[in-house]
Design a protein around this ligand. Structure first.
Ligand SMILES: *Cc1c(COP(=O)(O)O)cnc(C)c1O
Length: 228
């Protein structure tokens, strides 16, 4: 694809997602500024990130450290000044790399990982606790009843700023089916007075916004289907 065509495609994707976000906010009686669009650029080349940046996006998400670290560097060198979000699973032995490459870690899900991130962070890091709300066996994230202990651990960590909770909803053919998952995450966050709710992806971000999402993580609806 030519650079111009890529730019037009990505900008159109950004525009469509923004419109859908605005309509979801209107339905829920929410201020559109209360929801941040995190463009999940995994599997996308730096040119696509630049195109989204030119289209006005300032938050990008990646899910694999190895792929992300050189891309973030290349994007910076290409003039992209963004906030970088780690949305994928993080092993504790990669905590140090993650803490220096990313601004916000969405996937903290164990006391061990929190301790590693706290020790590794060059400056205070924003973290969210990933919760496996639907208790899917194959999925990462803390069990809902483990959240209280993790909230305490994160709040005691000098180098971590606990911002909120994150979840990945189960696959569903109808996004309405996962509404209760988003609602449960919101109620859990309210219990601990946590402000940020990272929930909602291409297939379900509108329902997530209706249920209170403050960060939506959207890939395919912006960039098209991933080829890698
Ligand atoms: C890939 C990914 C997304 C974006 O998914 P899309 O379906 O492309 O919108 C969001 N969150 C996480 C954790 C992901 O891994």
């Amino acid at each position: 694809m030519s650079a111009v065509a890529l730019q037009q495609d990505v900008e159109a994707g950004v525009e469509r997602v923004r419109e859908r976000m605005t309509r979801a906010c209107q339905r829920a009686g929410r201020d559109p500024d209360s929801v941040t669009l995190v463009a999940v650029s995994k599997g996308q080349p730096v040119e696509a990130i630049r195109a989204a940046y030119a289209g006005g996006l300032r938050h990008f998400g990646e899910n694999r450290i190895q792929e992300a670290v050189p891309k973030i560097e290349a994007a910076r060198n290409a003039g992209v000044e963004a906030t970088w979000h780690l949305v994928g699973h993080l092993q504790s032995n990669k905590a140090k790399v993650a803490a220096s490459a990313f601004d916000v870690i969405h996937s903290a899900d164990s006391a061990k990982l929190l301790a590693r991130l706290d020790g590794a962070a060059p400056a205070p890091r924003d973290v969210l606790l990933q919760v496996n709300v639907a208790a899917e066996p194959q999925k990462q994230g803390a069990a809902p009843d483990a959240v209280e202990t993790l909230v305490e651990a994160a709040r005691e960590a000098a180098n971590l700023r606990l911002r909120g909770l994150m979840t990945i909803a189960p696959m569903a053919t109808d996004p309405e089916d996962v509404r209760p998952v988003f609602r449960d995450l919101r109620e859990l966050a309210e219990r601990f007075s946590l402000e940020e709710l990272s929930m909602g992806m291409t297939d379900d971000f509108e329902v997530a916004i209706e249920e209170g999402a403050t960060l939506v993580r959207v890939g395919r609806a912006i960039f098209g289907e991933r080829t890698t």
